[in-house]
Design a protein around this ligand. Structure first.
Ligand code: C2E
Ligand code: MG
Ligand code: MG
Length: 564
């Protein structure tokens, strides 16, 4: 993938927006080089390393917030092996109501595969411009411009975030006996639209939607643009009003004439607690919006309490995760794999366990998806891979009989530019013959992005790794995939077979898969084997290898060592 200036500008705008508008450094963090450097006008010394830089960014944000972003001009300069993007920003500090001119420079380096990583961030306040602006505008404009910028969104002319919060709060207080809905609106794939049709078209669409929101003819209604393509409107709830509002908005978007259908997604919060800050109400509508985004046919969702619980649970996990690595709260467990006929151990799967000092035992099913969402899974996986290598080396040194360990490679890891190199380095660091470290890649990765998984598995196989396709049969693309992708072992998940199913359809399918695997020269292993009945069935259809509670649970390494 070739990164051009436009892409870099879009990328930078996105992460800076997220940072300044929401205080979120997730986007920036994902791009950080481990050796990143950052400095600001307030710090004499620079800070180094991704963890320190994240702390630094949080501190800087604390200092500036609450703020609203009025203007952002960006310029990109390509250098030999990288680029720098300078964002000139005009912010309103909403507390002090003063304007701040800020320049943020983001320095990128391109990796071998052209993926950019951030190597430096420089935050600099432009006092000179601030002073000029003040001296020119004071007296003459009597702060009118400042007031305007502090209230209205420059692009669309509707309320900006802070003003929306304030006006909505006022409306709710003035009408204690009425009910209100709060609706968040987002443009699907807005970034793509910007890329395809240019930023001016993007701006036009934003103004188009803004214009509609401004002209809504309801007695009690406040609308605003929070940032980028995030709009919000709060109005008196009445029968069917929200549905009508949504249909009308989608019609407005449809009437925006470009060669591309503009789809909006919606998240609704029926305000049931008027004492909440409006920002929290917006968050709730946003949770619903995120849920709606998965639903292409009807991208609309209403907030409910379960969503909040889920988000709280995830937040707890996120809060604890950085410390967890430092506190060594993650541990390696091994689940042995067996030869079904001989009953001997032929290998093991590495599985992570998190025993959190704060929250006790957390199941991978709960935290892996969260870590996959924020990219942290790579940190955990690197740890588990290294632990696995360390033990393999130890056993080889002790002269034991050693069986391969298969480690899980998250579908997110497949997007890490250094993945193949990292694994090769690990194997070299511990001087492991290549047959000992095997890789499990889950089948669902294929559904998401066939190209990526095909390329990476090829590279990994060329580097000598044995590749297992995890959870085979639970996804959608299983059979189709096998013609495109080179796999050594299929891991069949028994979980999806109900006990009554062995002899019926499910059993037939399994038998057919085994035959097919054989003809494609792939090995198979059944996982999640729990009962004697399953074992007998697997034997009868000629499955050679098994893994599951029937044989052994995942074990702490000490116990696993005793077993072999
Ligand atoms: P998986 O890779 O398919 O791992 C097999 C899961 O099935 C493990 O759950 C294992 O404990 C469980 N299992 C084994 N035998 C049986 C059985 O007989 N019956 C049943 N019902 N379950 C059995 P675990 O450890 O909770 O992990 C769940 C999933 O989390 C894993 O599925 C994998 O996708 C992910 N995961 C676990 N550890 C890691 C890791 O280190 N890195 C990554 N990226 N993902 C991991
Ligand atoms: Mg696995
Ligand atoms: Mg599995």
């Amino acid at each position: 993938m070739e990164m051009g200036q436009e892409d870099l500008l879009a990328l930078t705008e996105n992460v800076i927006n997220e940072y300044l508008q929401e205080g979120s450094i997730e986007g920036l963090s994902l791009l950080m080089d481990p050796d990143i450097i950052a400095y600001s006008h307030l710090n004499v010394n620079y800070v180094r390393g991704d963890w320190n830089v994240r702390q630094f960014l949080n501190r800087e944000y604390e200092r500036l917030s609450p703020l609203s972003l009025n203007r952002c001009n960006m310029r990109c300069t390509m250098t030999g092996e990288g680029a720098s993007v300078v964002a000139r920003l005009i912010l309103t500090c909403t507390k002090a109501k003063n304007l701040i001119f800020l320049n943020i420079t983001v320095m990128y380096k391109f990796q071998e595969d052209d993926c950019p990583v951030i190597t430096g961030i420089h935050i600099e306040r432009d006092y000179r411009h601030e002073n000029t602006y003040r001296s020119v505008n004071q007296g003459k404009l009597n702060g009118v411009v400042v007031d305007y910028l502090a209230t209205y969104d420059e692009l669309t002319g509707i309320y900006n975030k802070q003003a929306f919060y304030a006006k909505t709060k006022e409306m709710l207080l003035d009408n204690p006996d009425k009910n209100f809905d709060l609706l968040r609106i987002n443009i699907e794939r807005f970034k793509v639209l910007n890329d395809l049709f240019g930023e001016s078209t993007g701006d036009k669409l934003l103004r188009y939607i803004g214009k509609f929101l401004k002209e809504i003819n309801l007695p009690l209604c406040v609308s605003g643009r929070l940032y980028a393509d995030n709009f919000v409107v709060c109005y008196e709830a009445g029968k069917g009003d929200s549905r009508r509002m949504i249909n009308t908005l989608q019609m407005v978007a449809d009437s925006f004439a470009i060669n591309n259908r503009t789809i909006l997604s919606f998240g609704l919060y029926r305000i049931d607690d008027k004492t909440l800050p409006v920002s929290v109400m917006c968050d709730r509508a946003n949770m619903a919006l995120w849920k709606a985004k998965g639903n292409f046919k009807n991208p609309y969702c209403e907030y409910d309490e379960k969503m909040r619980q889920q988000v709280l649970k995830e937040q707890k996990i996120i809060n604890a995760m950085e410390r967890a690595i430092q506190n060594k709260e993650f541990t390696l467990y091994l689940q042995p794999k067996y030869d079904i006929e001989k009953g001997t151990i032929i290998g093991a799967e590495a599985l992570v366990r998190w025993i959190s000092l704060e929250n006790g035992f957390i199941s991978p099913g709960d935290f892996i998806p969260v870590f996959e969402n924020n990219g942290f899974v790579y940190e955990v996986d690197k740890f588990i891979w290294e632990e696995s290598c360390r033990y393999l080396r130890k056993w080889l040194d002790e002269g034991r009989e050693v069986h391969p360990i298969s480690v899980n490679v998250s579908r997110i890891d497949l997007y890490t530019p250094k993945l193949v190199q990292h694994l090769v380095n690990l194997r070299e660091k511990y001087q492991l013959p290549s047959q000992y470290l095997e890789l499990e890649i889950t089948e669902s990765a294929y559904t998401e992005d066939p190209e990526q998984i095909i390329t990476i598995t090829r590279q990994l196989r060329e580097a000598g790794f044995v590749i297992l396709m995890d959870d085979f049969g639970t996804g959608y693309s299983s059979l189709n995939m096998l013609k495109d992708i080179q796999i050594d072992v299929l891991k069949l998940d028994m979980g999806f077979l109900k006990s009554s199913d062995y002899s019926a359809k499910g059993g037939n399918i399994l038998t057919a898969i085994l035959k097919m695997a054989e003809s494609l020269k792939m090995q198979t292993i059944a996982e999640g084997v729990e009962t004697k009945e399953q074992v007998e069935f697997l034997k009868s259809i000629g499955c050679r290898y098994v893994q599951g509670f029937y044989y052994s649970k995942p074990l702490p390494v000490g116990e696993f060592e005793k077993l072999i």
